[in-house]
Structures are given as C-alpha cells and as structure tokens.
Write a protein of this length. Structure first.
Length: 285
C-alpha cells in the first residue's frame, strides 16, 4: 500500500495519523514525506537522524491533534533552522476528565488545556460546576460522575483525574473508570483517604490488578501545596506515565535526554553515549 493510500485508509477509519512534509531544506530532503501514527511510521526525509527527529515531533503534535511547522538541523538537531517540516495532524485532541469542581480542579483544567487536552469538568453539585468557575474547560457537566463516565467517550489517550475527595463520589467513579481503556487514572487524597478508598473498592469487587492502574495519591512528589503546584505535579505524572518515564531528575540520569521511540533509529546523542560507555568499560579493564 502506498503512503497516500494508507493515509486515506487511516482517515476513513478516523485513526490518529500525521503527515510530515519537508518544505525547506537541503535538496536531498526537500519534499520528503513521512506518515506517522502512534505505533509506527513510513517514508523518509533523507537520513535516519532527521527521520527520527521528525517522527518524535510528529507524535508529540499528534497527541494534541495539532498542526504546525517545526524546524531542525540537517541531522535532526534541535534549535536549528536549516530544515522546515510541516506536520499536519489528523486526530481529535485527547480528553481529560476532571471530576470534582474544587479549586484544585480549576488549576488542573487550565494546565490540561495548555497540554492540548479537551477538558471536561464534572460534578453533581450545580452550585460548584459552573462556567464562571471553569472558563478554560471545554465542557462543564452537572451529573453524578460515575453515571456520566459510563456514557463518555474514553480511549487509551484519555486522562481521568478524580479530585472529589468524597467516598460517595470517588469510589463509584473510580470503579467506572477502571472499566474503561483510559491511559491514566489518578485520584486525590491523603494516604489515609487512599487506604480507606482502596478498602471500599475491594469491597466492590475491584481486584489488586485493577487497583494498580490508579495513581493515588495523584501526582509526582515535588512538594506541591497550592492548587497550581498540584496541577503541575499531576500534569508531570500524566506525561511521565504516557511516555514510560519515572519522573526523576534529569541531572541524576546518564545518557541521552530524549530516548528514541522503538521504531526509529537512535539519535547521534544516543550513539555518542554508547561509545562513551564502551570506552569507559575498556578503560576500567
């Protein structure tokens, strides 16, 4: 199947796909095209290093359903302008469901929108779930969270943040969330709240394996206290969870900062790091 034929087929299936076209750059790369999906890619832009950088950028844009022009060096280097690549994404933005119309939810909605999510805030209490309190949200829904979630569109890119901090809301909605394919499920609460909630969920028949999908307490441990700081911690965990990273400090890591996806060639940084490690191993012998 040609690249164009596969593109049309994916569009008919409404599957996420991006087309990256080199619109400025060296003659060997100019006009090069890559078709990029969340799982694979095909085509080329002249060399493996540039292909790797384009695929990585295209997948980042595809996550948010964004279309824009990105610039690289001839071998995919960042912060260079030699090569201009137009990336056109065909994907609805992923959804972030925020349950519990509290102050923390407002901050989470803002950062979710900033990250490219379609943000839906839901709470059963009409006095709290208002457009005035959540101007950045795409939807504000007044409904029982679990009942709403059972009818909502949830896929592997979806994020579910349970901030209700009330057993009568969060236990039913977490149980409903675990019946979905959501890529991330997090719940706010102290250790004591978490333990009590876990016990209640077990009483409802939720297994240990299912409970392992719930990030609780929600967020990375960065010492956050305010709603805004907590939203940053939650967003950081969402990103780390999606990319398969632990969320540790970069200064404490060795090797390349940007690890390549499994189906793309290693970057020059990764190759250099491998050579350095091999040299160090020889020197130690």
């Amino acid at each position: 199947m040609s690249l164009l034929a596969r593109w049309h087929a994916l569009l008919r299936e409404q599957s996420p796909v991006a087309i990256a076209t080199v619109i400025e750059g060296p003659e060997a790369s100019l006009g090069g095209k890559l078709l990029v999906t969340p799982d694979d890619h095909e085509g080329g832009a002249g060399n493996e290093d540039l292909d790797r950088a384009i695929v990585e950028a295209a997948r980042g844009l595809l996550e948010g359903g964004k279309t824009e022009t990105r610039h690289f060096g001839p071998r995919g280097q960042r912060r260079m302008e030699d090569v201009a690549v137009f990336v056109q994404s065909f994907a609805p933005p992923p959804k972030m469901y925020v349950f519990g119309a509290i102050d923390f939810a407002s901050a989470v909605a803002r950062i979710g929108k900033f990250l490219g999510y379609r943000v839906i805030v839901c709470d059963a209490r009409a006095v709290f779930a208002t457009r005035d309190r959540f101007p950045s949200a795409d939807e504000v829904v007044v409904a029982w969270p679990d009942e709403f979630l059972k009818t909502a569109e949830v896929d592997g890119r979806s994020v579910i943040c349970v901030l209700t901090h009330d057993p009568k809301f969060d236990v039913p909605v977490l149980k409903a969330a675990l019946d979905t394919e959501a890529g991330y499920i997090g719940a706010m609460g102290s250790r004591r709240t978490h333990n009590n909630r876990t016990a209640r969920l077990k009483e409802e028949g939720v297994s240990e394996k299912q409970l392992g999908r719930v990030s609780s307490p929600i967020g990375l441990d960065i010492g956050s206290r305010t709603p805004e700081e907590t939203a940053v911690a939650i967003a950081a965990e969402v990103i780390a969870f999606r990319t398969g990273h632990t969320g540790g400090r970069l200064t404490e890591r060795s090797g390349p900062i940007h690890a390549p996806d499994p189906d793309v060639a290693d970057s020059p940084d990764a190759e250099d790091a491998r050579r350095e490690a091999a040299g160090a191993a020889r020197d130690s012998r």
